[in-house]
Design a protein around this ligand. Sequence first.
Ligand SMILES: C[S@@+](CC[C@H](N)C(=O)[O-])C[C@H]1O[C@@H](n2cnc3c(N)ncnc32)[C@H](O)[C@@H]1O
Length: 222
Amino acid sequence: MEQRKKIKSYVLRTGRMSNAQKYAIENYSNKYCIEYKEEMLDTKKFFKNEKLCIEIGFGMGHATSAIAEKNPETDYLGVEVHTPGVGRLLSEIENRELKNLKIIQHDAVDVLNNMIADNSVHGFHIFFPDPWPKKKHWKRRLINNEFCNILVNKLKKDGYIYTATDWEDYALQMFEVFSSEKKLENVYEKWAASPLWRPETAFEHKGLDKNHLIRELYYKRV
Ligand SMILES: C[S@@+](CC[C@H](N)C(=O)[O-])C[C@H]1O[C@@H](n2cnc3c(N)ncnc32)[C@H](O)[C@@H]1O
């Protein structure tokens, strides 16, 4: 029987790469990228801290490198499919000499399912996931009940999920998905207060330019 095609939450864009991004891909991938494999990641081989946070869809990685630099006692794994963004973040890791940030360039759903152990993650950051604004595309949105279930299984007790979006209907969808999960507790009544630790991202900037309201959600695993 023909297998149903998996719905992806992204479209691979053929964005132009700058020379700096190409240089970084060629020269720093071996140093800072972890190869996607269908086997559990030996985190001790790549990281040295107790806490591991995973950022899904870091885009150009503006927030990623800034957060990792500010928190050297926490390890960060950025997962992204877009090559120019990977190139840009590789440059940042090299230039800022970050020892606590690595990258996997692959679909985050596969990475979590096949490489990340249950009860092992301290936090998930998902900043401005692709909004898929047309209703007929909502099925492509990353955050749904199935994906929430994967995140929850990977979280340690007291671990957290932090999301932000500038699309009101997606914010409401996220709120409903996370609130219906019994193992998650909203740290706020509904929307999180804008955190000082999260630098503005490229997509957030675009949303603000269009006068979109930014909604953030912060849940802890109970
Ligand atoms: C709208 S952009 C936001 C980028 C960045 N977080 C920001 O705020 O500027 C969403 C990003 O998520 C990435 N993405 C979407 N689905 C993904 C998946 N399943 N695995 C890895 N990356 C994904 C896309 O390639 C894209 O770069």
